[in-house]
Design a protein around this ligand. Structure first.
Ligand SMILES: [Zn+2]
Ligand SMILES: [Zn+2]
Length: 206
């Protein structure tokens, strides 16, 4: 191995060292990398810390054994390389409500969202709020969440609140008891059918 690349969050690992048996020492290492050589002098353990410099940084670890030096270059980004959501998708019940999404991101920049009417950012969380779905069809939103130059799409769905008993019509199959099915009056909105017992005529539940 002659180079290490890591994201803002840092990394750690081991590098095997082959020598003629002599001792190995680290003669150069930047402050943001911790190193340790094992007792047998055949393994270098390195740990690259979180990048708090707010800039891309690179340096190297230089090892020396006898008169031979060996350079391992290390570079580390500071911009976000991934955005993950927990939960991965949001389902809001038909009656409406607020759901919390935890965002895991390796950048340090502020999160931004579109659809700011339903999505609110608080630190590394996003709160999605929807009112009752009055429509007879499901609703879907794709919220664009961005950090640094990276963005990811958060899917939000909400079931419709269509009354299953009357399939959203608001009416049952029984004749209107007031006009006896004639349907000439406002008693059943001129339908001649009784209102649905489940939704009371609204066509929606909850
Ligand atoms: Zn009627
Ligand atoms: Zn109904």
């Amino acid at each position: 191995m002659d180079s290490i690349y890591t994201t803002i969050s840092g990394t750690e690992g081991n590098v095997m060292i082959e020598t003629d048996g002599g001792n190995v020492e680290v003669i150069h290492v930047p402050q943001w990398i911790k190193t340790n050589i094992n007792e047998n002098h055949d393994t270098l353990h390195y740990m690259v810390e979180l990048n708090t410099d707010r800039r891309f940084r690179e340096d190297s670890i230089v090892l020396k054994s006898s008169d031979i030096t060996c350079r391992i270059s290390v570079s580390q980004s500071f911009k976000a390389t991934f955005i993950k959501f927990t939960p991965e998708e949001v389902a809001i019940p038909a009656r409406g409500g607020t759901e919390e999404v935890v965002v895991d991101v390796d950048g340090e920049g502020a999160l931004t969202v579109d659809h700011s009417d339903i999505a609110r950012v608080v630190g590394r969380k996003i709160f999605i709020t929807l009112t009752k779905n009055q429509e007879l069809k499901d609703r879907t939103f794709d919220i664009n969440v961005a950090c640094d130059e990276l963005s990811a799409s958060l899917k939000v769905t909400q079931k419709n609140s269509k009354c299953q008993a009357c399939n959203g019509t608001g009416y049952s199959n029984r004749v209107c008891p007031v006009c006896n099915g004639v349907g000439f009056h406002v008693c059943c909105n001129y339908r001649g059918k009784a209102y649905c017992d489940v939704c009371g005529g609204s066509g929606t539940t909850e």
